[in-house]
Design a protein around this ligand. Structure first.
Ligand SMILES: Cc1cc2nc3c(=O)[nH]c(=O)nc-3n(C[C@H](O)[C@H](O)[C@H](O)COP(=O)(O)OP(=O)(O)OC[C@H]3O[C@@H](n4cnc5c(N)ncnc54)[C@H](O)[C@@H]3O)c2cc1C
Length: 289
């Protein structure tokens, strides 16, 4: 006989948080990572060690709204919903379009991609360069944490067992003026897990670099970003000199440590990552005519 699983599905977020505070539960949003993690043989129900608690239907987790120049995205918005939302920035939509196929995009959520903390999570490089902050809620109240502090390792995040990720906050993302790109290298344009992911952001003022950020996915246990290396480019004239580009690429060469796995090799990943960075920094799109 199949083992029984206790499952909760409350109408409201406060009831859900109250249950999470009483009992250690496995949170299920879209379930597209959870169900793969606990998959079993055909015909055998998945073995999930804790009671499960569904959150994907909670309206408090599905809002997208603007607060001044910040964009707040509900953690349980599915990819398909975000693709339809006029507030979502184009680079994030471009990243979402590379994720899986429509059936998964109808279930998978942005919050799930973050809390799953896969090194190949496709939205993560962009969320790092946007300096995303995460609003976590529990019965004890709210706290806001930078995504780079929240994600601590492969599938390891700094979430207390009684907390739910409620919102992803993208500070100043609705302000004009930055050039942002997302690149994913995989076996196909979509429906493929990334061999390498890259996001870059640059803002130029008076022909000089005012702000620049870049992050790599799938080349380390978490996203690779270095504010110290980025600082080397601040104030530099545009177009960047070849020596400036080379210095930054060489600095990343030292800190990117990919692995060999079933999807790619460490050598290929590193080469592609550095090429993407070089290409981004030499791009004509943000340079004066
Ligand atoms: C066929 C297939 C293809 C895929 N392709 C891609 C791809 O191309 N790129 C990619 O990045 N991913 C891909 N994925 C992975 C997956 O779809 C994404 O990571 C998705 O964003 C997960 O969201 P979810 O809502 O389904 O998460 P779930 O599976 O529900 O949850 C994932 C984890 O996050 C936790 N969690 C979820 N929401 C919250 C919350 N609000 N608060 C606290 N904890 C939470 C869960 O407890 C669990 O640990 C694929 C998956 C499948 C099955």
């Amino acid at each position: 006989m199949a083992e029984k699983i206790t499952a909760y599905r409350f109408d409201r977020l406060d009831q859900t948080l109250s249950q999470l505070n009483k009992e250690n539960c496995s949170i299920i949003a879209g379930g597209t990572d959870v169900m793969v993690l606990h998959k079993s043989r055909r015909g055998v129900p998945p073995k999930i060690p804790n009671p499960v608690i569904f959150i994907d239907h909670l309206s408090e987790l599905k809002r997208v709204y603007q607060n001044q120049k910040d964009l707040h995205i509900g953690a349980c918005c599915t990819y398909s919903e975000l693709l339809e939302d006029p507030l979502i920035p184009l680079p994030l939509k471009n990243a979402i379009k590379t994720i899986a196929a429509p059936a998964i995009r109808n279930r998978g959520t942005l919050g799930g991609n973050i809390c799953n903390a896969s090194p190949a999570g496709d939205t993560l490089p962009l969320l790092y360069v946007y300096n995303a902050k995460l609003l976590l809620r529990s019965v004890n109240g709210d706290r806001v944490v930078a995504i780079s502090d929240f994600i601590q390792g492969v599938r390891r995040v700094g979430r207390q067992h009684n907390e739910i990720l409620v919102e992803i906050i993208l500070p100043s993302v609705l302000e004009e003026g930055s050039h942002v790109v997302f690149e994913k290298v995989g076996n196909r344009n979509a429906d493929a897990i990334a061999k390498v992911g890259f996001a870059g952001l640059i803002r130029v003022n008076d022909s000089r670099v005012e702000d620049v950020r870049f992050a790599f996915g799938a080349v380390g246990p978490t996203m690779v970003r270095s504010v110290d290396i980025e600082k080397k480019l601040l104030g530099k004239p545009i177009p960047l000199a070849d020596s400036d580009v080379a210095e930054v690429v060489a600095a990343f060469d030292k800190i990117i440590r990919p692995i060999d796995d079933q999807r790619s090799t460490a050598i290929y990943r590193k080469k592609v990552a550095l090429n993407l960075l070089r290409y981004f920094l030499s791009s004509k799109q943000y340079q004066p005519n």
